[in-house]
Structures are given as structure tokens and as C-alpha cells.
Design a protein around this ligand. Sequence first.
Ligand SMILES: CC(C)(COP(=O)(O)OP(=O)(O)OC[C@H]1O[C@@H](n2cnc3c(N)ncnc32)[C@H](O)[C@@H]1OP(=O)(O)O)[C@@H](O)C(=O)NCCC(=O)NCCS
Length: 150
Amino acid sequence: MSVALITSMTLSDVPAVGVVERRNYPVPWSDGIFRDCLKAGYLGFLIKQHQTLIGYCMLQIGFEESHVLNLCVDSAYQRQGHARKLLAHMETVSVARQAQMMFLEVRPSNPRARALYEMNGFNEISVRKDYYDTPTGREDAVVMAKALVA
Ligand SMILES: CC(C)(COP(=O)(O)OP(=O)(O)OC[C@H]1O[C@@H](n2cnc3c(N)ncnc32)[C@H](O)[C@@H]1OP(=O)(O)O)[C@@H](O)C(=O)NCCC(=O)NCCS
């Protein structure tokens, strides 16, 4: 069994991340959004297998709370536990930085992601109306939260 390794994302990783992003989201982030996040001090993480980028995530840590801004595993590598591993890593980093709550938004039309988050202890707390762009208009976001235990 090959081991997947998690490392920090830097600006030089953005072009490769952008390729995976565009393959896996109907409305992908631009490379500029990833760069802006890193420049703002948000924490990006990569997961790689044999030097191949198979997924990544972006985490914003604020006062006593953290916010998952992006989490993606390339389609060829999905359903092998990589997203769960990235989520656990973000949780560990959040706890280490004294966050007590972790938040994220997810599209109601994304049952895979919702199942992942529910399985990992996130609960729905609210809905943001017309939060996301879609190829045909707008879509609400389900806001989910998890209390972190140090
Ligand atoms: C959602 C996503 C990150 C899941 O990544 P993944 O590496 O396949 O997830 P994991 O293998 O860690 O799965 C963990 C759990 O999530 C749920 N899950 C993941 N894929 C699923 C699927 N296709 N159908 C149903 N449940 C699924 C399951 O509960 C799964 O546990 P199990 O395999 O033991 O049943 C991935 O599908 C993805 O990147 N999609 C495109 C981008 C995206 O939608 N990101 C989320 C934005 S909020």
C-alpha cells in the first residue's frame, strides 16, 4: 500500500493545484484565488502519492475558529480516504492554534461532500441563500460546524 503524504502548499504549487481544481469543480477557483489565500496567510495543504498531487485544501484560522475554504481530491483518487485525511490534518492544525470551532460551507447538490463532513462530526447550523455561483445561476450553501476538543 502506498502512503500519501501531506505537505504545506506554497505559491509555486498553485499552477498544479489549479489543474486539479479545474478538473474537479464545475465552478473552479482561479489560480489567483489560491495565490490571494496564501498571501493572506491562509494555510494550504497538499496530499501527494509518489510525488503526484492527488488533493489539497485551504484553511483560514481566525480568533478561536477555523474555516475550511476548499477541499478537493482528484477524481482518480477519490473514495480512498484522502479527503478524510486532509480534514483530520486541518482539525489537528486548528486545535494546535487554539481554534475551538471549525466551520465550512457545502453545496446542497454535493452529497459526497456532505456525507464526508457528517461522517467526520460536522453538523448543519444554517443556510446561506444564493451563496455559490453555478454554471446556470446561484445555489445556497449549507453551513456546517464542528466543536473542536483540544
Ligand atoms: C468530496 C471529496 C473531497 C471527497 O474526497 P474523497 O477522498 O473521495 O473522500 P474520502 O475517500 O475521504 O471519503 C470519506 C467519506 O466521505 C463520503 N464519501 C466520499 N465520496 C463519496 C461518494 N462518492 N458517495 C458517497 N459518499 C462519499 C463517505 O462517507 C466516505 O467514507 P467511506 O468511503 O468510508 O464510505 C471529493 O469527492 C472531491 O474532491 N470532490 C470534488 C470537489 C468537492 O466537491 N469538494 C468539496 C467541496 S465542499
